[in-house]
Design a protein around this ligand. Sequence first.
Ligand code: NDP
Ligand SMILES: CC(C)CCC[C@@H](C)[C@H]1CC[C@H]2C3=C(CC[C@]12C)[C@@]1(C)CCC(=O)[C@@H](C)[C@@H]1CC3
Length: 349
Amino acid sequence: MNKVILVTGANSGIGLALCERLLSQDMEGLQLCLACRNMHRAQAARSALLSSHPTAQVDLLQMDISSVSSVICAAHQVKLRYSRLDYLYLNAGIMPNPQFDVKAFFRGLFSSNVITMFATAEGILTQKDSITSDGLQEIFATNLFGHFLLIRELEPVLCHAGHTSQLIWTSSSNAHRSAFNLEDIQHRRGNQPYSSSKYASDLLSLALNTHYNKEGLYSSVTCPGFVMTSLTYGILPSFPAFLWILLMPLFWIIRIFTNTFTLTPHNGAEALFWLFKQKPESLNPQVKYHSLTSGLGNNYTQPCKMDIDFEMSEVFYEKLLQLESEVRKKLKAKQQKSSTSFSPPAGSS
Ligand SMILES: NC(=O)C1=CN([C@@H]2O[C@H](COP(=O)(O)OP(=O)(O)OC[C@H]3O[C@@H](n4cnc5c(N)ncnc54)[C@H](OP(=O)(O)O)[C@@H]3O)[C@@H](O)[C@H]2O)C=CC1
Ligand SMILES: CC(C)CCC[C@@H](C)[C@H]1CC[C@H]2C3=C(CC[C@]12C)[C@@]1(C)CCC(=O)[C@@H](C)[C@@H]1CC3
């Protein structure tokens, strides 16, 4: 039987590099499904994968993970196409309108915290969030809630008796407990919505293990390290991509001191790829699997205990279920309203 793998945000960066790595190791037994919001970019990614693996099975799925109706529609498609999903990579993510605090960065450079700053960007990055058409905070909707809804919708193909399936999140070492508030799970009020959304994915992963392991569904979180992708290029908007490339020698030097500077999407996908080869029952739900690259350029995966607890993950899970039922009700009302406004007036033939 082919292994069916769905990857969100598969048309670029870490998601695309992961697909490339998966096909390089086992092209025959895999059925890849690239879930992307933009079909032109999705087609380009598929062509790139097929040019190096001409006989690979690569399907495309249109899905905007930040939109409730798009996720539900895409999940419906998946259930029609596949009887089972073996791996679901929850990788799509955004960090819009980042504000880089140059002063804090230089202060950090000359402090004892410099390595932590390079590994987690703690204290030097904030973001400005916006609201989606569903009324959700965009970063929360994209990085977390859309994926939660997708998992809930795909339950029938993820939970099969006598069979295990894996959920693999692309979280971040920028996930800080201090940025997350159970009373404000969407981070409407703070200025670190990215960090909050990633901490939320760590919590959710733990709760999913609590609720779904008995049904054969396992969840793990990864951090790809600092990788040069369009997400990171956006951090310094006045800094064109080629300048980042020119900084590579400097980054290679920094890598000698912090192996979190994985830098390329291929290296960043290390932990995501490593998890693909593990037995899910052997994994620890309380650790994050970090992609690391040594000063000599060797990749490896290292588990690191997360700053999370069961109680908090359960409260968060309950809140997500509540939000889920609210958005479903809203969607139903919207659909009913649009169907009545399009129905022909009574008495017309
Ligand atoms: N780069 C880094 O250093 C790190 C990245 N990460 C995480 O890795 C993940 C991948 O990011 P990375 O590869 O770096 O960045 P990229 O910007 O290259 O990739 C992000 C992917 O997510 C997709 N995406 C964004 N919004 C949506 C949406 N609404 N619906 C569907 N797809 C969407 C993008 O599609 P499109 O092309 O259409 O925008 C793109 O394919 C993210 O979750 C990020 O937070 C974590 C730690 C470090
Ligand atoms: C131009 C200067 C010489 C160097 C600037 C470096 C910073 C822009 C980076 C230093 C640490 C980086 C980092 C991230 C972004 C870019 C830096 C702040 C992340 C926040 C990217 C997204 C993540 O999820 C984190 C794991 C990264 C942590 C490190």
